[in-house]
Design a binder for this molecule. Structure first.
Ligand code: SOE
Length: 391
C-alpha cells in the first residue's frame, strides 16, 4: 500500500465558513480519490476560549489565536482563510511569502489594490492559491459550464443573475461584521453579488467591461450583536444600535467583452427568498437557467424545434455529471456543504499539479474590479438619469 503525502492544514476563522471548511477537509478524502491526504492540523481563532471549544468540537488537534504562528510553522502546508475580508490580504500575503498554499474565502479582499497585490504574489509564489467562489462546484452549474464551453448555447446574448436572500429583512436583525464596510468591503454586493459576478464571467467565458449601478441601504442602524457573530447573531441586551455602512441591495446592468448584456441584482432583503442564487443565460441556440434553491436541477433549452420543445429540467445527480458520481446512487441529490467538499478536492488536485487552481487569484481580482466599478457607478449621481417630475 502506498501512503499518500499529507497536506497539513491551518484554518483561520471559527465562524460559519470555518465550520463549513472543516467539514469539507474531513469529507473530501472519504469520497474523492485524492493525490494527497488533507490533515486538519491547527485551528486559528481570535479569542482563546471559543477557539478551544471549536477545535475540540470540530476535531482540530491544536489551536491558537495567532495566525502568524500558523504561517511560521514548517509543519503546515496550507493556510485556509475564512475570516472577514479586511484580514485576507495580510494573512494571504504572509502565507504565500512563507511558501504555503492558500485557500481564501470570497471576495478576495476589501479593495482592488489589496486584491491585485495578492494576485501578484500568487503568480510568483511556490504555493498554489485559490479563491473560494464555491458555487462553481455545484454539479448543475459545472454542467452548465460544460454545455456552454461545448458551444451548446451558441453566441451568448443575455446574462440575468439574481442573488436573493432575506436574513436582513427584519430591521431588528442584529448587526454583524458583514454590515461594516471597514471589515467586509461592501454588503449584499460583495457578500453575494460577487458570487453572481464570478459565475457570470466563468460560465460565459466573458469579462464584464462596463457597469451602471444603483445601491441602497434600507435599514441604517441595527442592534449590536451579542457573542454569536455572523448569520446567527442575536442582539445583545444593551439596546445600542450600530450604523450599517454597506448596501442592503444592489442592482446593475453590465456589458461583457464579447457582446453579452447582463442584468444583476443582489439583496439580503427579499422576504421569502432564502438563498436564491439564480442565473439564466440566453444564447442564440439555447438557454440555461439555475436557482440554488433547487440546486440539483439545471433547466436547459435548445432552439432546435420538435413537438416537445421547451425548457428541460435536467437532474444533475447522475454519475455522468460533474462531481455527482462521487456521491450517492443516481438521483439522490446534494446540498450546500458539498460545494465546499468539491472545492477542497479540486484544490488538493491543483496542488498536485493535476489541474490549474480555479478560481485563481487573478480571476478573483477581475471580480474585485467589477465590485469596485459597481460602487463607483452607484456613487456618481451624474451618471444616473432622474425621471422628470420626481424629487
Ligand atoms: C451570507 O450571505 C452567505 O453565507 C455568504 O457569505 C456566502 O458566500 C453564501 O454562499 C451564502 O450566504
Amino acid at each position: 500500500m502506498t501512503t499518500k503525502p499529507l497536506l497539513r492544514i491551518a484554518l483561520v476563522g471559527t465562524g460559519f465558513m470555518g465550520r463549513m471548511h472543516t467539514q469539507a477537509w474531513r469529507t473530501a478524502p472519504r469520497f474523492f480519490d485524492l493525490p494527497a491526504q488533507p490533515q486538519p492540523a491547527l485551528l486559528v481563532g481570535h479569542r482563546d476560549e471559543p477557539t478551544a471549544t471549536a477545535a475540540q468540537q470540530w476535531g482540530w488537534p491544536e489551536h491558537t489565536t495567532d495566525w502568524r504562528e500558523a504561517v511560521a510553522r514548517d509543519d503546515i502546508d496550507l493556510i485556509d482563510i475564512c475570516t472577514p475580508g479586511d484580514t485576507h490580504a495580510e494573512i494571504a500575503l504572509a502565507a504565500l511569502a512563507a511558501g504555503k498554499h492558500v485557500l481564501c474565502e470570497k471576495p478576495l479582499a476589501g479593495s482592488v489594490a489589496d486584491a491585485e497585490q495578492m494576485a501578484r504574489a500568487a503568480r510568483t509564489a511556490p504555493g498554489v492559491a485559490m479563491c473560494g467562489f464555491s458555487y462553481r462546484r455545484t454539479p448543475a452549474l459545472a454542467l452548465a459550464h460544460r454545455l456552454i464551453g461545448a458551444g451548446r448555447l451558441g453566441e451568448i446574448r443575455h446574462v440575468r443573475a439574481q442573488y436573493l436572500q432575506d436574513w436582513l429583512s427584519d430591521p431588528d436583525a442584529a448587526h454583524t461584521w458583514r454590515l461594516d464596510r471597514e471589515r467586509s468591503g461592501s454588503g449584499a454586493l460583495g457578500d453575494i453579488g460577487a458570487h453572481s459576478i464570478d459565475l457570470a464571467q466563468w460560465l460565459t467565458g466573458q469579462r464584464i467591461t462596463a457597469v451602471s449601478a444603483t445601491m441602497h441601504t434600507f435599514v441604517r442602524s441595527r442592534p449590536r450583536g451579542g457573542s454569536a457573530e455572523g448569520l446567527g447573531a442575536v442582539a445583545d441586551a444593551t439596546g445600542e444600535r450600530l450604523p450599517v455602512t454597506v448596501d442592503d441591495a444592489t442592482a446593475f446592468t453590465a456589458q461583457f467583452d464579447d457582446g453579452a448584456l447582463g442584468v444583476f441584482e443582489a439583496t439580503r432583503m427579499a422576504t421569502g427568498r432564502r438563498n436564491a442564487n439564480r442565473i439564466e443565460i440566453n444564447g442564440e441556440r439555447g438557454s440555461i437557467a439555475f436557482d440554488f434553491e433547487r440546486m440539483n436541477e439545471l433547466e436547459v433549452y435548445d432552439v432546435v424545434d420538435d413537438d416537445a420543445q421547451g425548457f428541460r429540467r435536467v437532474q444533475a445527480t447522475e454519475a455522468r455529471h460533474p462531481y455527482a458520481g462521487a456521491w450517492w446512487p443516481p438521483g439522490h441529490g446534494l446540498g450546500y456543504e458539498h460545494l465546499f467538499v468539491h472545492q477542497a478536492a479540486d484544490l488538493v488536485r491543483a496542488i498536485a499539479g493535476e489541474a490549474p487552481a480555479s478560481p485563481s487569484f487573478d480571476e478573483a481580482v477581475q471580480v474585485q474590479r467589477v465590485l469596485a466599478a459597481v460602487e463607483d457607478s452607484a456613487g456618481h449621481d451624474s451618471i444616473r438619469t432622474a425621471v422628470p417630475g420626481g424629487d
